[in-house]
Design a protein around this ligand. Structure first.
Ligand SMILES: *Cc1c(COP(=O)(O)O)cnc(C)c1O
Length: 400
């Protein structure tokens, strides 16, 4: 028997929350570590981590303690005032990366919007007017706000909202020759995910990224890495770009950075920062003390070499196990660290729904790719549970 609470929440949501999402038919109430629990007391092993957000698992005690202490001390001030948590987080982000400066926002899309403005201003100051073009790639996802949407080349997302922000060119992903053609004197920035998330878990080739780096340097454009999904330890290094040997001029981070609270960050070099001045951009909540304390707790943990080694080890175990399932429905397994895509020859929607019935949460990336993004604290027994469930589900497909 389903509880009254379950039905009430679903009915109320459907009546009052704008219907822009398709949701699972249960109500989540509580989370702990690798697990989330619904109102019926059912447990789900979480291999989605809220789309690569809960990288330390649910309700990590360190994050909870940091947030609880800060919210009781000073929850908000706005950016007219200095606060220690923001200063410390900016320092930690810069010391952990190529960056010299950070701008704080509240989401991934906002971090992208900031990067668009910074690239345009940098080009204006350094090269004069007209250098406003932005190059993105097929399969990219940079967000849903107006600017970011123009850089997310998916017809389904873009079509109802035209005209989009002008100046965006889309070139084929991992195609160096096409990228060289797309990047020209009018280009102010090239945006790329070192590992594409929504687009199907597609790692960028190192040679491709190096080609982008060289082309940007040649035309005076900025190379921007979108690490909103693949950053914060997800791929087995703190930042995914560390595995490529290619360094960007700007980088966006969000999702896992806030330990479950909303945050976005745009990281940049001093060379880019020199083009920006007071009044060029702003945010009421960006870099608030509570989320910065949460992010400091997250960064400290995911920077630990032992945790990053664990991510690589668990990622390899997951990929090996997926290959061992040996299902004819698995076309490809790809990814980096604990960012793993499983391309199937069937639609993944029913596979994901079958997972819920077995107490596992998996995500999709498009219609035919299962996306597995467990919390980085995942242990071998969790991977084995996921693999057993997925194996059963894939074999059942043929039985029906
Ligand atoms: C999720 C995501 C975004 C958008 O972030 P929001 O917080 O949803 O606005 C942008 N880029 C990438 C790579 C993402 O995965």
């Amino acid at each position: 028997m389903e509880s009254q609470l379950l039905n009430e929440v679903i009915e109320k949501s459907n009546e009052y929350v704008l219907g822009t999402y398709v949701r699972a038919p249960f109500v989540l109430e509580r989370g702990e570590g690798m697990w989330v629990y619904d109102t019926e007391g059912r447990a789900y092993l979480d291999f989605g981590a809220g789309i690569s957000v809960n990288n330390l698992g649910h309700c990590d005690p360190g994050v909870v303690a940091a947030v609880t202490a800060q919210i009781a001390q000073l929850s908000h001030t706005c950016n007219l005032f200095y606060t220690a948590p923001q200063a410390e987080l900016a320092e930690a982000l810069c010391q952990s990366s190529f960056a010299d400066k950070v701008f704080f926002a509240n989401s991934g899309a906002e971090a992208i919007e900031a990067a668009i403005k910074f690239a345009r201003k940098y080009a204006l100051v350094n090269h004069g007017p007209g250098k406003t073009g932005i190059v993105v790639f097929t399969g990219a996802f940079h967000g849903r706000t107006a600017g970011a949407l123009a850089m997310t080349p998916k017809e389904r997302y873009q079509a109802p909202f035209r005209p989009l922000m002008p100046g965006v060119t889309c070139a084929p992903f991992n195609d160096s020759e096409a990228a060289l053609e797309a990047i020209g004197p009018e280009t102010c920035a090239v945006f790329v995910e070192p590992v594409q998330g929504e687009g199907g878990i597609n790692p960028a080739d190192v040679a491709f990224l190096q080609t982008l780096r060289d082309a940007c340097d040649r035309v005076g454009a900025l190379l921007v890495f979108d690490e909103i999904q693949c950053g914060i330890g997800r791929t087995g290094t703190l930042w995914a770009y560390e595995q490529t040997g290619v360094t960007p001029d700007m980088m966006t981070a969000a999702k896992a950075l806030g330990g479950g609270l909303p945050i976005g960050a745009t990281l940049l070099t001093d060379r880019v920062a020199a083009a920006l001045e007071p009044g060029d951009h702003g945010s009421t909540f960006g870099g608030g003390p509570v989320v910065c304390r949460a992010a400091l707790a997250v960064l400290e943990r995911v920077s630990d070499p032992a945790l990053l080694a664990h991510v690589r080890e668990m990622g390899a175990r997951l990929v090996d196990g997926l290959h061992a399932i040996n299902s004819p429905h698995i076309i490809a397994v790809r990814g980096r660290g604990l960012m793993v895509g499983v391309e199937l020859d069937v639609e993944v929607g029913p596979v994901i729904a079958a997972g819920w019935a077995r107490g596992v949460v998996m995500l999709n990336a498009g219609t035919h790719v299962l996306r597995l993004l467990p919390p980085l604290i995942v242990e071998p027994e969790h991977i084995d549970t996921l693999l057993a469930a997925l194996s059963d589900i894939l074999w059942e497909i043929d039985a029906v």
